[in-house]
Design a protein around this ligand. Structure first.
Ligand code: TRP
Length: 461
């Protein structure tokens, strides 16, 4: 207990954090909302048969994602420390849980390595689509995407620019940096997305896309579909590697963790659905292939919008909002190693941010070059660097981290202490505290073990 006593009187008092309950909400949402909504959700929905996948995804968010988000916030706020030190001290005499934090730092670096590659493409598409609109030249084509993604200098320059941008924001601090930027970006994102939706929904034949998204054909639900949905719910809510623990450590005591997390999960899901509503009506109206895969966003969106009046403008808006979403998510990824290094005491926050950004860029170069001629032949277990980073983080580190976090929260931390932190700011225990605790303790770990075993090929569903 010694550690915890130190924490409540020690550096925690002066520690930077979110200043307001609203700011805490938008910052958390800013981490959740990202390329996962705009790029991954539509592509996985298209590949996995539409509404049936959406249905499975909604259930996964409710029964695994939300409980785990609550668990991370409780541990973070209780410890008021970065992920590594929070897990090192959360269970007295069991310092080995700090491995969750170290795995999280590693996962953050690996995710950033490929995430910034895609984010770089998004930023490049902002520039290209605005230029195309301004000069009145034709829409961005499949070929222009292939030459960007398969290039070397161009995607690397965009990637380096993106990393530099988020490093500067993160160096500025928690309340001045993260809170301020996300409070402004979230409403802008929502506004732009709704604008794109109105455009897409007013197309003739838009209804087919709407029913693809919302009218489930339950016969399409297979084990694989459920597992894809579960994995997405993890990635979407930034779970399993300490991002949400770190953000939990910045939550004001006045934040009611369960309602806040519920609002974040709901709003994040709404953003995904709005992104789907922008993409699919147009896909069907113009007869594109919904199961195009990861390239859906980059190849289809410009083509889709190009056939409409003011299409160039809408293409630009779409990529601008994808860029906005990506920035908030990347900020939360780079925050994990930055908070850890700067709270060790010897490294100042801006320096820690620059070191994090530099390491991410180093691995990011490998991810980006592995898409082009230079490194495409280098394979590890048959995968190029980009795919290895994606697989090792999303399919291995996040699920293992998620199970470990559920075990710490549900089995190693005293129930009384967990519930006390959860109920801070209420006065009394609301009914849902116990329900969510049961989900953290039993439902979430079992389901996550199932995805983990399946993604490693050890269990066939
Ligand atoms: N949730 C973000 C998205 O959907 C990505 C992200 C940010 C993330 N932080 C994370 C994913 C931590 C996993 C873990 O784009």
């Amino acid at each position: 207990m010694k550690n915890n006593e130190n924490l409540s009187t020690g550096p925690a008092v002066q520690r930077d954090g979110f200043r307001s309950v609203l700011g805490a909400f938008t910052a958390t949402l800013g981490s959740a909302v990202g390329l996962g909504n705009i790029w991954k959700f539509p592509y996985l929905t298209g590949v996995n048969g539409g509404a049936a996948f959406v249905f499975a995804y909604l259930i996964c968010v409710a029964v695994v994602g939300l409980p785990l988000l609550v668990a991370e916030h409780v541990i973070g706020r209780r410890m008021r420390l970065n992920a590594v030190h929070a897990y090192e001290n959360v269970v007295p005499n069991e310092r080995a849980w700090s491995l969750i934090g170290f795995a999280g730092v590693l996962a953050a670096v690996l995710i950033m390595a490929f995430y910034t590659d895609i984010a770089g493409w998004v930023f490049a598409y902002v520039a290209k689509s605005v230029a195309a609109f301004a000069t009145g030249s034709g829409p961005l084509t499949k070929e222009s995407f292939a030459s960007l993604a398969g290039g070397s200098l161009e995607p690397l320059a965009w990637q380096a620019g993106v990393i530099a941008l988020v490093t500067v924001v993160i160096a500025a601090g928690v309340s001045r940096g993260i809170e301020k930027v996300t409070k402004f970006l979230m409403p802008v994102l929502l506004g732009l997305l709704i604008l794109c939706d109105i455009r897409a929904l007013s197309l003739p034949g838009a209804f087919k896309g709407v029913s693809f998204l919302f009218a489930p054909d339950f016969s399409k639900i297979t084990g694989g579909v459920i597992l894809a949905a579960l994995g997405l719910s993890f990635f979407k809510l930034s779970l399993g590697m300490g991002t949400m623990t770190t953000y939990g450590s910045y939550l004001p005591d006045g934040t009611r963790i369960v309602p806040n997390a519920t609002r974040v999960a709901l709003a994040d899901t709404v953003v995904s659905l709005l992104a789907g509503l922008a993409v699919f009506p147009a896909v069907f109206a113009f007869g594109f292939e919904p199961s195009a895969g990861p390239s859906l966003l980059f190849i289809s969106v410009p083509m889709i919008f190009s056939k409409m009046p003011l299409g160039g403008l809408f293409t630009s808006l779409f990529f601008i909002l994808a860029a906005i979403a990506a920035v908030g998510a990347m900020i939360s990824l780079i925050e994990v190693p930055t908070a850890w290094m700067s709270e060790k005491g010897r490294i100042k926050r801006p320096v820690a941010a620059v070191i994090s950004g530099a390491v991410m860029l180093l691995l990011g170069v490998l991810a980006t070059l592995s898409q082009g001629p230079i490194l495409s032949n280098v394979k590890i277990f048959g995968k190029n660097f980009f795919d290895v980073f994606d697989f090792a983080s999303s399919n291995v580190l996040l699920p293992i981290g998620g199970v470990a976090i559920a075990i710490v929260a549900g089995w190693r931390l005293a129930r009384k202490e967990f519930i006390a932190e959860l109920d801070k700011g209420y006065g009394k225990t609301p009914w849902y505290s116990k329900t969510i605790y049961a989900f953290i303790k039993f439902v979430a770990p079992v389901l996550i073990v199932v995805i983990l075993l399946n993604s490693l090929g050890l269990l066939k569903l």
